[in-house]
Design a protein around this ligand. Structure first.
Ligand code: BGC
Length: 426
């Protein structure tokens, strides 16, 4: 069932069973806005829904389709402005501070102290979840963004005997795949997907320090320098391995092209694994996950979290507040962390869990995360709202996507355009 059909089914079921009838026996209701709508993602979020319902609360699912979450954020803003926020919403990284500053988020002091969140979470993670010293969100996972997904069967058919570890090897694999009649690189032409590729190239070409200077410091020299010209030149070349009809394609449809053997590779965060898992494919056997060429040792992280809103007067009942706290509590419990993350493609956000329950990609991710952390090579993902404000991110997205959709775009100019767009957005 695609997202639209699923949405239509949900809407028609809701009209058959009005909200009040469904909620009749629940102790309280929690409404959650999120964008986990692909097959694998929906399976993952269902785990939370089931556990909340087991505790006697009603889960009101307000999924807004659209990878990367831009559409969900638009819906959320409209609802918040009109005084009708949901109980919880998928909000991440620095954006949590902006919502906190608006005074719209509720604090989770009680549930976080009762359940020892400060001990369970690393400081980088807990600091991100706090506004003004109080938890306002609960983290659910850690995704890695600098991955390359490979169909080894397709590689074999194209005569490629190993996964690329450098950009040169990546281009060589792309050439062979094309010559053998495959789409070398599956991709969906949407701004966040374009920028996912772009940030991987920044990391590969500029290294961890250059990445930090570009996306955290927003350093003008880095944004406009020679290395950035190299990045845009590489982006143009990488774009040449994507198929021409990619505009608007969803990331999971692109993932399906690799899963079905039409394409050889995809550059995507490890939510892509949720699609492989949902298709019953086994990591390390049916597919390979390798660090994006040239980024070995670094780890771009993307932490999903659910922020809790102050409830509107009409919803502000003890039962609904209890339901909100229940979501926050469950989200960090081992039962949820294991099953959700196995389905989602991510790794647990608490580091006391047994990683032998995870597949080869999950284990590699946990190991690489720990190593990158030791070596100061953990980088927040720009394309996934971890590094900058949404305004700055939007400015970068515009420049990158315009560049990718214009065959005549000049790599020597793009960095300068990006720097001016960032300045205007700050
Ligand atoms: C989110 C993931 C989600 C992906 C695709 C990312 O920004 O962090 O949870 O699976 O977008 O929608």
């Amino acid at each position: 069932m695609n997202a639209i059909t699923r949405l239509a089914t949900v809407i028609s079921l809701a009209s058959l069973f009005p909200f009040s009838a469904l909620a009749a026996d629940a102790k309280g209701t929690v409404e959650v806005v999120h964008w986990w709508t692909s097959g694998g993602e929906a399976k993952a979020v269902k785990v939370l829904e089931n556990l909340v319902e087991k505790d006697g609360y009603e889960w009101k699912d307000s999924a807004v389709a659209g990878g990367g979450g831009a559409a969900a954020m638009t819906v959320l803003k409209t609802r918040a402005v009109s005084g009708n926020p949901p109980s919880a919403a998928q909000i991440k990284g620095p954006d949590l501070q902006e919502w906190g500053a608006l005074g719209l988020l509720t604090n989770l002091d009680e549930v976080s102290s009762q359940n020892n969140w400060d001990k369970l979470l690393s400081k980088t993670v807990s600091d991100t979840m706090k506004y003004d010293g109080h938890y306002v969100a609960v983290p659910v996972n850690i995704h890695r963004v600098n991955w390359l997904w490979i169909n080894p069967e397709v590689f074999k058919k194209a005569g490629i005997d190993k996964a690329p570890t450098t950009l040169e090897e990546f281009y060589a694999a792309g050439d062979k795949l094309r010559a053998a009649g495959f789409i070398p690189l599956a991709h969906g032409g949407q701004p966040w997907q374009d920028s996912t590729v772009f940030e991987n190239l920044v990391l590969s070409i500029m290294g961890a320090d250059g990445y930090k200077k570009a996306f955290i410091d927003l350093d003008e020299k880095t944004l406009t320098g020679e290395k950035m010209v190299e990045v845009f030149t590489a982006l143009k070349k990488v774009g040449g391995y994507m198929d021409e009809n990619r505009a608007g394609r969803d990331w999971n449809i692109a993932a399906a092209e690799v899963i079905n053997g039409k394409a050889g590779m995809q550059i995507m965060g490890d939510w892509a694994k949720s699609e492989w898992t949902a298709a019953d494919k086994v990591a390390g056997k049916d597919y390979q996950c390798v660090p994006f060429p040239g980024t070995q040792g670094s780890y771009t992280y993307n932490i999903d979290s659910l922020a809790m809103f102050k409830l509107s007067a009409k919803n502000n009942t003890p039962g609904n507040i209890a339901a909100q706290n229940d979501v926050a509590k469950i989200a960090l419990e081992p039962e949820f962390q294991y099953v959700f993350n196995q389905n989602k493609g991510s790794i647990p956000v608490r580091n006391d869990l047994d990683m032998s329950k995870f597949d080869a990609c999950g284990q590699a991710s946990a190991k690489d995360f720990a190593e990158a952390d030791k070596n100061a090579k953990l980088e927040p993902s720009m394309a996934h709202n971890m590094a900058t404000s949404l305004a700055v991110q939007g400015a970068i997205f515009d420049v990158v996507t315009n560049f990718m959709s214009d065959k005549n775009a000049d790599p020597a100019k793009a960095g300068k355009q990006m720097s001016s767009a960032i300045k205007a957005a700050r």
